[in-house]
Design a protein around this ligand. Structure first.
Ligand SMILES: Nc1ncnc2c1ncn2[C@@H]1O[C@H](COP(=O)(O)OP(=O)(O)OP(=O)(O)O)[C@@H](O)[C@H]1O
Ligand SMILES: [Mg+2]
Length: 310
């Protein structure tokens, strides 16, 4: 299997300061990977190395098989990058800024206009395309930034804090746009962010970065299990009625720790997700489940727990 991003033991030392210290990172094609970690953890430095914008002190990073340090131009050609603070020419319109970017990227003029119109429409800026970028709000600028990364028709998009300083409606639009990039264009996305509930909503996998390396990675559930594992999981089920023997028969399921009953709601703490076994027991006792849910951990809880325990 070839990885879209593959970093092995990446290190970056700035005047004795270890900004990145043994980073191993693997991102699959078509996934949204959330890069999470506190300020100064080394996220941006890692991103700069995988774009070939800064050279690693040691280690190696490849993007679609290209070594970012040796072939930065190849990497640049297939990767769209939205830095934390993207700048535009304030006196050029949104459309003119994008046309300028297509020129910088060597996109032939015959293609450029159509591409620019398409991305303007994707990010919802067609109607203000003739407005000067200097007159854009922060949310509009960020959407223009997304348009600028998309106009290259990248296979990988790297977004560094794309929702910083954006109001809730704008955040919603940006998150939807990120999802759309993945679903409609199969673009692989690396999303660096501090906003855990946003990351939790859209990322397929996350990596928690601490002191220059990934300390835990996996789906939100997997990471939750690794960090909160001892806590097990909790199932909440509403049953049609509490029939005799029902509670005992649930307690007998292997992996069930205990049950709290409140009306016809059962809160079942167990080692793992036992919804199948629990529903079987409920049906066998002559009633049926009305509502079933597992109490998943929020990324917020996982994150706080992780960094509190260090
Ligand atoms: N050009 C530089 N020169 C010296 N030190 C640097 C440089 N860039 C980053 N650092 C240091 O490297 C460490 C990692 O910084 P980096 O910007 O990669 O963190 P980050 O995870 O992106 O943080 P944030 O969440 O604040 O954006 C920090 O201690 C930072 O001070
Ligand atoms: Mg950063």
């Amino acid at each position: 299997m070839e990885w879209v991003v593959e970093a092995n033991q990446l290190k970056k030392v700035y005047n004795g300061v270890k900004a990145v210290d043994g980073m191993d990172l693997r991102i699959k094609e078509g996934e949204i990977f959330g890069f999470l970690g506190p300020n100064g953890a080394g996220k941006t430095t890692t991103i700069l190395m995988l774009l070939g914008l800064t050279e690693p002190t040691s280690g190696e990073v490849k993007v679609f098989g290209y070594n970012s340090t040796k072939n930065p131009l190849e990497v640049k050609r297939i990767t769209g990058y939205l830095p934390e603070n993207i700048g535009f020419y304030e006196d050029l319109t949104a459309r003119e800024n994008l046309i300028y970017i297509t020129k910088l990227n060597g996109i032939p003029p015959s293609e450029s206009a159509a591409r620019v119109e398409e991305v303007l429409s994707v990010v919802g800026l067609s109607e203000v395309a003739d407005k000067e970028a200097g007159k854009f709000s922060r949310g509009m600028l960020q959407r223009l930034g997304m348009a600028a990364t998309l106009v290259k028709q990248p296979k990988l998009v790297i977004l560094d804090e794309p929702t910083l300083g954006i109001d809730p409606e704008g955040v919603e639009q940006i998150l939807n746009l990120i999802r759309k990039m993945k679903e409609e264009k199969n673009i692989t996305i690396l999303l660096s962010s501090h906003f855990l509930h946003q990351v939790q909503r859209i990322c397929d996998r996350i990596g928690i970065v601490s002191q220059g390396k990934i300390v835990i990675e996996g789906s939100v559930d997997e990471v939750g299990e690794k960090i909160m594992g001892e806590g097990g999981t909790q199932i909440q089920v509403q049953v049609s009625q509490l029939t005799p023997g029902l509670l005992d028969s649930i307690k007998e399921i292997e992996g069930v720790r205990d049950i709290d009953v409140s009306g016809n709601f059962l809160n079942i703490r167990c080692d793992r997700d036992l919804r199948l076994e629990v529903s079987r027991a409920i049906v066998e006792k002559g009633c049926f489940p009305l509502l079933f849910k597992t109490q998943d951990y929020t990324l917020e809880e996982i994150y706080v727990r992780y960094f509190r325990e260090r």
